[in-house]
Design a protein around this ligand. Structure first.
Ligand SMILES: [Cu+2]
Length: 246
């Protein structure tokens, strides 16, 4: 009995770290613990509810003997969940597999030895005329690859790059608007301009100074000389413009 218990404890101890190590390819939070086992460098299986874009993908042979995907490349932003609606418009069987280049190369080697039929969430295999789909979340930034790994097909042209760009940091910064303190020096209602003696403009990386800003009619109406304000300025059509006021 004691032995059995120890064995179980040992097994659990082993499973824990092994599981964690295998899943943390991107250093992500544990919000989908159950999906962690399926996390790959290229991302993880997505759910229909999270789909941000649907993309039609065609697989077919060409008259000059090539085999192609249309489109032949993809560009996504980190975090996007894509529904690939894949149609085999060819006569031969084809598959659509997403992975990184190394993963595809490894799989291709294995398939050259023995035709394996994948049924992983990152792939769909279709007979000529069939349609199917793959829903995938591109959780990590990087360069990945989609391919058909049926022997000979990759070499005939069935692969292309998937570029996943890192989530723009500006986006997160924009979420928390930083107001700058200032004093209105002059208001030019006709010209749509306001002169403000202001503190540092953090979002524009500008030091404190007195500067002329553009402002639309509504904004101008709220401003008068001598007034102490807190405002946000942004370039609008190349001109620094007061866009927020409190
Ligand atoms: Cu193919």
């Amino acid at each position: 009995m004691k032995n059995l218990l120890m064995t179980t404890a040992f097994a659990i101890a082993l499973t824990g770290p092994a599981f964690a190590a295998g899943s943390h390819s991107g250093g992500h939070d544990d919000d989908h613990a159950d999906k962690h086992a399926e996390m790959m460098a290229v991302g993880k299986p997505g759910t229909a509810a999270d789909v941000t874009r649907t993309i039609a993908v065609t697989m077919r042979e060409t008259e000059d003997g090539d085999m192609i995907f249309e489109p032949d490349s993809f560009a996504f932003e980190q975090g996007e969940t894509i529904r690939f609606e894949v149609t085999n418009k060819g006569e031969l069987e084809h598959e659509f597999v997403i992975d990184n280049a190394e993963g595809n190369a490894k799989h291709k080697e294995m398939m050259a030895k023995m035709d394996m039929e994948h049924d992983d969430p990152n792939s769909v295999r279709l007979e000529g005329g069939q349609s199917g789909e793959v829903i995938w979340t591109f959780a990590n930034a990087g360069t990945f690859e989609f391919a058909c790994l049926i022997p000979g097909h990759y070499e005939s042209g069935m692969y292309g790059p998937i570029e996943v760009s890192a989530k723009a940091e500006a986006e997160t910064e924009a979420a928390e608007v930083v107001y700058t303190k200032g004093t209105v020096k002059k208001v030019d209602t006709k010209g749509g301009k306001v002169t403000i003696d202001h503190g540092p403009l953090v979002n524009l990386d500008m030091p404190a100074m007195t500067m002329v800003f553009r402002a639309d009619e509504t904004m101008i109406g709220k401003l008068s000389a001598g007034q102490s304000i807190e405002f946000v300025a942004e370039p609008v059509k190349g001109k620094l413009t007061v866009v927020e006021l409190k």
